[in-house]
Design a protein around this ligand. Sequence first.
Ligand code: ATP
Length: 199
Amino acid sequence: MYVKSLTLKGFKSFASATHLRLEPGITCIVGPNGSGKSNVVDALAWVMGEQGAKSLRGGKMEDVIFAGTAGRAPLGRAEVALTIDNTDGALPIDYTEVTIARTMFRNGGSDYSINGTPCRLLDIQELLSDSGIGREMHVIVGQGQLDTVLRATPEERRGFIEEAAGVLKHRKRKERALRKLETMEANLTRVHDLTGEIR
Ligand code: ATP
């Protein structure tokens, strides 16, 4: 499994459609300060479902949409598509090539798709979490992030390990199931109260 390409349009400084084709092995992106190298990494995290504006080096989520320059008007949407080569079947899906796409409009909300089919953020997170590219994005180590890992609390470190081992997905599922159970129990109590009143 490797990242085959990344296409950005209206994402941060990439106003025009920009297609980056990658090969297996190590890829280096070089360029002057402020030319958009980190924006490419932000796009990678964003398309995989990153939800934190701060992790994307912005104040709010709309900051990922091209804000305009002296010669170019702001855009109304940001789009990023990530194509992963899956010939080794590392992603649990019956395709040898998987394209994950995310679009965000200025009025809020994000649309996601897998190979052109609209899906939920959760579908993307679950697809990636089995491959070690989890929702917590530990595969992307940003500038200064090594310090964060070294200063992490034991609970946070456990989270890193659980993510790498693929346990986190099941813990999140368990948490969701427990929340549903709690709601069901509250509903049941309410039904008992009501039937008691009717009798
Ligand atoms: P360095 O080498 O200094 O780390 P870099 O190549 O990593 O720089 P980035 O941080 O990726 O550069 O890009 C910064 C540029 O992106 C800035 O010029 C900033 O104005 C521009 N930029 C960020 N968000 C937007 C946006 N929403 N719209 C337009 N331009 C943006």
